[in-house]
Ligand binder design. Structure first.
Ligand SMILES: *[C@@H]1O[C@H](CO)[C@@H](O)[C@H](O)[C@H]1NC(C)=O
Ligand SMILES: *[C@@H]1O[C@H](CO)[C@@H](O)[C@H](O)[C@H]1NC(C)=O
Length: 203
C-alpha cells in the first residue's frame, strides 16, 4: 500500500519535472537581425546556440537559440536545418552559410601552407564591422573551412573557437573595422582530411 503511494508520488513528481523541463526552455523565439537584409557572399546567415540552462531551482533543461543574421538570396531564410550548410565553431555554437559549406575551400592550415610555399596561412573568417553595403551593420564572412569546423565538440576544454585572431585592420576614413582569423590547428589536426568530396577553390 505505502509502496504504491510512494511510487505514485515519485511518478507524479517525475512527470511534473519533465513538463517543467519542456516548458521552461526548448526553443526561445527566433531572432531576426539586421532588418532581414540579404547576406553578402559567404556571410554567416545564422547562428544556433545550444546550451543547458540551470534555473538554480531544480529545473535544468536544454535550450536551442536560433539567430538569423541575414536572408539568403531569393528572400530565403538561412538554412539552419540543413547539415550541408553547417559549420561548428565551438561546442555550443553552430554557424550556417547560404552557400553549401563544401563550396568553401579547405583552408591551408600551417602544415599545408608551408608545404605549398605560402608564407601566410589563409584567412578562414573575417568579421566586417560597419559595412556600408550591409546597412552599416556587422557580419561574419567565411573564407574557407578549418579542420575543426566539421566536427562537433572538437574544441578541447578551454579552447573556445575553431579559429584564432590573425590581424585587425581599421580604415580611418570609413571607420570600417575588419578582424581576420586563421584556423586554430593543434597536434595532428593539421593532417585531418577534407571531408568534402573535392576541393573547390576559394573565390
Ligand atoms: C524578418 O523575417 C521574419 C520571418 O519572415 C519576420 O517574422 C520578421 O518580422 C522580419 N523582420 C523584419 C524587420 O522585417
Ligand atoms: C524554476 O524557475 C523557472 C523560471 O522562473 C520556472 O519557470 C520553473 O518553473 C522553476 N522550477 C521549479 C521546479 O520551481
Amino acid at each position: 500500500m505505502w509502496t504504491q503511494v510512494a511510487l505514485f508520488v515519485l511518478i507524479t513528481t517525475l512527470t511534473v519535472c519533465h513538463i517543467h523541463a519542456q516548458s521552461v526552455c526548448g526553443f526561445p523565439p527566433t531572432i531576426w537581425r539586421n532588418a532581414n537584409r540579404t547576406c553578402p557572399a559567404r556571410a554567416v546567415c545564422g547562428d544556433v546556440f545550444t546550451t543547458r540552462r540551470d534555473w538554480m531551482n531544480g529545473t535544468t533543461c536544454a535550450e536551442t537559440r536560433v539567430i538569423n543574421n541575414c536572408f539568403c538570396p531569393g528572400n530565403l531564410a538561412c538554412p539552419v536545418n540543413n547539415d550541408a550548410h553547417r559549420l561548428y565553431t565551438t561546442a555550443q555554437q553552430k554557424i550556417y552559410t547560404c552557400e553549401p559549406v563544401c563550396n568553401l575551400g579547405w583552408c591551408y592550415n600551417i602544415r599545408l601552407g608551408l608545404s605549398e610555399g605560402r608564407s601566410d596561412p589563409t584567412i578562414a573568417m573575417t568579421v566586417e564591422e560597419q559595412t556600408p553595403d550591409f546597412g552599416g551593420n556587422t557580419f561574419t564572412r567565411m573564407g574557407c573551412r578549418c579542420p575543426r569546423h566539421h566536427v562537433p565538440n572538437r574544441q578541447p576544454p578551454g579552447v573556445p573557437r575553431a579559429v584564432k585572431t590573425h590581424s585587425y585592420i581599421r580604415n580611418p576614413t570609413t571607420r570600417h573595422y575588419t578582424a581576420r582569423y586563421t584556423c586554430k590547428v593543434s597536434g595532428t589536426e593539421g593532417n585531418m582530411v577534407d571531408p568534402c568530396p573535392r576541393h573547390v577553390p576559394v573565390k
